[in-house]
Design a protein around this ligand. Structure first.
Ligand SMILES: [Zn+2]
Length: 308
C-alpha cells in the first residue's frame, strides 16, 4: 500500500472502523484540547483535505482556523463540507483517507469527494417519519407514524424509500446481492427493534453488517428521538479509488496542483473566470495556461481555505 502525501482531516466527524480500509483520517474534534491540535499540526502532510459537517459548519470552521494558525503555512488545506448524515459522514472521511494514497494532489482528492459520496448507500430505521424531510414520506406513512409500534426503513438516495417494517412485511431490498464487495456499518437504537443486524443484512443484500458507536446528533438528523442509521460502502479500496479519481485533471495555473473542478479546491483560482476577466480587459491574446494571476513564491504563503 502506498503512503499518502495528502492528509485527510475529519473536523467534528468521527470515523468508524471500516472493512478493507486500513488507513484512518486525522481527526480534529470540535472540542479538541490545545495539545491535540498541536500534535495534529505535526502529523499533517504538505497537502490536506479537511471535511466538515454542513450541519455544524460554524464551530468546525473556527476549529480549522485555529489549526491553520498553528500550521504557519506548512500545509495547504482544501476545505470541503458534507451534507451527509452523521454516520455516513464518518464513513465518507474514512473512505477519503483510503483514497488519499492514490490522489495526485489534495485538490484532486477534494474534487473526488462528490463521487465518493455517491459510493455510499444510506438508510435509517425510524419509529416515526412525521417530521422527516429527506426522503419526504407519503401521507400514508405519516399517518402510520401515529400508530403504536410503527417502524420504518427509509433511504434518501438514489431512490427515495419510506417503507413500513413489520414482522409480516419483508423489508425493502436496497441492494440485490452485496457479496463481499460491500459492507455495512450501523449505529443507534430504536425501541422495539431488537435485532437490527438481521433486518439490515436482509435490506442490504446479505452484506456483512457491523455495529459501531453512534456519532452525536444521529437521531436528531433524522428528526426523531431514536434512530438507527446504516451505511453501505465498498470494501475494495483500490478499485474505489480508481473509480472516484477518474477525473480529467490539469495543473492549476495558480498553485500548480493537479485538479479537476473549478475553482481550484486548494487556492480558489478559477481558470474560466480569469480568462473571462482578461477578455473583458481586452487581452484575449494571453495564453490561458499562464494566468494573469501570478502565484507568489511557495514559501511564506499562508495556508488557504477555499470553502466549497
Ligand atoms: Zn490552485
Amino acid at each position: 500500500m502506498a503512503l499518502p502525501n495528502t492528509s485527510v482531516v475529519a473536523v467534528g466527524i468521527e470515523p468508524p472502523l471500516l472493512t478493507g480500509h486500513a488507513l484512518e483520517p486525522l481527526t480534529l474534534p470540535i472540542e479538541a484540547p490545545r495539545d491535540a491540535l498541536e500534535d495534529l499540526a505535526i502529523e499533517l502532510h504538505a497537502g490536506a483535505v479537511a471535511i466538515l459537517p454542513a450541519a455544524r459548519l460554524e464551530p468546525a470552521l473556527r476549529r480549522l482556523h485555529v489549526l491553520q494558525s498553528a500550521l504557519d503555512g506548512r500545509s495547504r488545506i482544501a476545505c470541503c463540507q458534507t451534507e451527509l448524515s452523521p454516520l455516513a459522514a464518518g464513513v465518507l472521511v474514512g473512505l477519503a483517507a483510503s483514497v488519499a494514497p492514490y490522489a495526485p494532489s489534495a485538490a484532486l482528492l477534494a474534487d473526488a469527494l462528490p463521487a465518493l459520496e455517491q459510493e455510499l448507500l444510506v438508510a435509517a430505521v425510524l419509529p416515526r417519519v412525521l417530521r422527516l424531510r429527506k426522503p419526504r414520506p407519503p401521507l400514508r406513512a405519516r399517518l402510520r407514524s401515529l400508530l403504536p409500534g410503527a417502524r420504518f426503513l427509509v433511504s434518501p438516495e438514489p431512490e427515495p424509500i419510506v417503507a413500513p417494517v413489520h414482522w409480516r412485511h419483508k423489508p425493502p431490498i436496497l441492494l440485490e446481492d452485496a457479496g463481499d464487495e460491500i459492507a455495512v456499518v450501523h449505529a443507534g437504537r430504536v425501541r422495539g427493534v431488537g435485532a437490527p443486524a438481521q433486518l439490515l443484512a436482509e435490506a442490504f443484500g446479505g452484506a456483512t453488517v457491523e455495529e459501531v458507536q453512534a456519532p452525536p446528533g444521529l437521531a436528531s438528523r433524522w428528526r426523531v428521538t431514536q434512530a438507527i442509521e446504516a451505511v453501505a460502502y465498498p470494501t475494495d479500496a483500490e478499485a474505489m479509488a480508481r473509480r472516484v479519481l477518474a477525473l480529467p485533471a490539469t495543473p492549476c495555473p495558480w498553485c500548480g496542483e493537479p485538479h479537476a473542478a473549478l475553482p481550484c479546491a486548494l487556492c480558489g483560482h478559477d481558470r474560466d473566470r480569469a480568462i473571462a476577466t482578461k477578455q473583458v480587459l481586452g487581452r484575449p491574446e494571453a495564453d490561458p495556461s499562464v494566468s494573469g494571476f501570478a502565484p507568489p513564491t511557495q514559501a511564506g504563503r499562508p495556508a488557504e481555505v477555499t470553502l466549497r
